[in-house]
Design a protein around this ligand. Sequence first.
Ligand SMILES: Nc1ncnc2c1ncn2[C@@H]1O[C@H](COP(=O)(O)OP(=O)(O)OP(=O)(O)O)[C@@H](O)[C@H]1O
Ligand SMILES: [Mg+2]
Length: 225
Amino acid sequence: MTRIISFASTKGGVGKTSLVMALTSELRRRDATVLLLDCDPNRHLAEWARRRNDSGVRVIEEITESNVRQTVQENAPRFDYTLIDLAGFGNLTMLYAFSVSDGVMIPTQQSFMDVKETVRTFKVVADSVGVLKHTPTCSVVIVRTQAAIESRVDRHARSLLAEHEVPCFRTELIERSLLKEMTYTGQGPGDVNPNSNADLNVRTLTDEFVAFLNAAPANPLIPRG
Ligand SMILES: Nc1ncnc2c1ncn2[C@@H]1O[C@H](COP(=O)(O)OP(=O)(O)OP(=O)(O)O)[C@@H](O)[C@H]1O
Ligand SMILES: [Mg+2]
């Protein structure tokens, strides 16, 4: 069954596109097919997908509020996963993308400002109940953390999220040069350096991602075989 997920944040430069690239490369290593929707006018994800040159990954760019729903409904059923990479600011495309998603993932960094903004994005999704026919299941993932054991700032970030009842992935995406390198090569850490720490991190994150989407109720607006 096809699965559709939006990557959103009302703050720019958090790590959405990098998260999408990392998950896509690992999903491909698991032989899943992936449709990418690039909603960012800068089209970094589309460029990455072209560099990747992978018949199991299709990217559609120039996605806007006027075509996002139709594009998902018409194309998603042919892929195992559809990942919608939203632009780094709140806009109507974001709401329309939510309306055709099973899940929403909000990456956040760990500072107080970042987490506050993340709580705000989460509330945008929660408030869309009533406007949308289906409310996607939403979770935060903490990204660009240091590769150490749980830090004090990590505990601060997690307790602020918990205070606002915002669910959060257990796995964090750690700051790694392999994840920066990925943006040049079109490959993921598992393709470039299998069993590296970055690869193991992305694999664990992908396990949690797949379980999260499997548990999310299917959006009835998407035709599924
Ligand atoms: N886990 C990571 N390890 C190393 N670098 C990272 C990681 N995550 C993101 N980055 C770097 O952080 C910067 C911003 O990341 P990215 O472009 O993915 O954010 P974004 O949320 O998609 O931004 P925008 O809102 O502009 O679309 C990039 O330089 C990227 O390489
Ligand atoms: Mg981006």
